[in-house]
Design a protein around this ligand. Sequence first.
Ligand code: AMP
Length: 287
Amino acid sequence: MKTLNSVKDLKNLLTQERLKNKNIGFVPTMGALHDGHLSLVKHCVRENEVCVVSIFVNPTQFNDKNDLDAYPRTPEKDRTLLQTAGCNYLFAPSEKEMYPEPDTRTFNFGNLACVMEGEHRPGHFNGVAQIVSKLFNIIGPCKAYFGEKDFQQIAIIQQMVKSLHLNVQIIPCPTLREADGLAMSSRNQLLSDEQRRKAPLIAQTLKESATLATNKTVREVKDFVTNTLNKEPLLRVEYFEIANRHTFTPITCWTETTLPIGCIAVFCGNVRLIDNITYFVPQIQTN
Ligand code: AMP
């Protein structure tokens, strides 16, 4: 595995690979890698002749400076994990390298970016689109891999690819979880032991809500999730919404859409965790 910090060097190497007709696959990350990231990398290695992984904690997608400062960074461990997973090129640029000048571009994702993560993290998706579009330009991948843990992010990226006419296929990958159900996240390492013991309640409650969905209304399921989690003193629900999985418009009745998605953000102390669940509700139900 080669590690590159410079855009120019990476572009030169990838031009050589393209001249040899190699397919390039790409996994963007912010590092502090865990098995969830590595599942994306393994998927990429299987499907492409060349696998590029980026590690860059992108400041423009953080709406909270403390969150950016606290974001975990484990560069040495990340390198070893990527090497073992079969990554060919690790791109780990500096902020100056990625933003030689401020990025003033504003993307308009309409409703997609106005609800849930978009509503609670103003500017977040604009920052995501800025960095991912730059990385796509530099790397020119045929395929790029994204985790369904960040479900709304995938829709944003797909919309960006469509509106910029980019030649990249977006491959969604399933969420990897710890044995107790907690969705793997770089932020999990910021949890205290006690918080870590309570955090799995998020996934467990979502799972339970999927069972309730067969005979409860959308309102009842939403209240169940919010109330169950808020009863735990170490957890505070920022939002929980059940929505159309394509448009992210909230639903009030199960028949409004097929396979609605429930998306949640919960503060566990200062650590913000997100997760989601798909509801498999029979369409004959009318409440
Ligand atoms: P991040 O480093 O948090 O920006 O994540 C980089 C990529 O890994 C994103 O596409 C995430 O959705 C994905 N990812 C993060 N956690 C998981 C997980 N538990 N399972 C699968 N993919 C994940």
